[in-house]
Design a protein around this ligand. Structure first.
Ligand code: FES
Ligand code: FES
Length: 177
């Protein structure tokens, strides 16, 4: 069997080097080699964006669809999946969600949840970018449409995802200009 050697950072932890069967898609690697099943497989054709994960780069965040990219393409990257965004509070030992995750829950944004990890990763990438480059308030809706508009929700829960992000961003003046 031909293999590809993979080494990367995932959710803050070093993974590999590990030999993976050539042709393995990134989502298969997450599910079958790392037992991280929070990234969801939808269309398998790069259309629905359910399988999106996040790359942290020196200049910001980049999203990737994991159903159409082989694991070798992710070699050396610093990646986040849905499993990596929440933290444990050291004092209370309570689970603290990322503000985007909390906003989606507070707004009842999802139903079956199949699209949620993709929405969360895309939305976190955009939210974090606003800390460097705040958005003009009058352009916020269009910007959300631009960033989240490629994600399909088969339960048609779009409105509450968008409302959650709009309210979260408007509640933080430092993200608006
Ligand atoms: S499952 Fe990857 S884009 Fe739909
Ligand atoms: S909540 Fe079911 S696909 Fe979006």
């Amino acid at each position: 069997m031909n293999t590809v050697t993979v080494e990367l950072i995932l959710n803050g932890k070093k993974i590999g080097p590990i030999d993976v069967a050539q042709g393995t898609m990134m989502i298969q690697f997450l599910h079958e080699y790392l037992n991280l099943t929070g990234t969801k497989f939808g269309c398998g054709a790069g259309i629905c964006h359910a399988c999106v994960i996040l790359e942290k780069t020196k200049t910001g965040h980049v999203t990737h669809r994991t159903c159409i990219k082989g694991v070798g393409a992710f070699n050396g990257m610093n990646l986040m999946t849905i499993e990596g965004h929440a933290n444990i509070d050291v004092k209370t030992e309570a689970l603290v969600l990322h503000p985007v995750q909390q906003a989606f829950i507070d707004h009842f944004s999802f139903q079956c949840g199949w699209c949620t990890s993709g929405f969360v990763n895309e939305a976190i990438g955009y939210y974090e970018s606003l800390k460097q480059q705040p958005v003009v308030q009058s352009e916020l809706r269009a910007a959300l449409e631009h960033h989240l508009g490629t994600h399909v929700c088969r339960c048609t829960g779009y409105v509450k995802y968008y409302q959650a992000m709009e309210n979260l961003i408007l509640s933080q003046p430092e993200l608006i200009r």
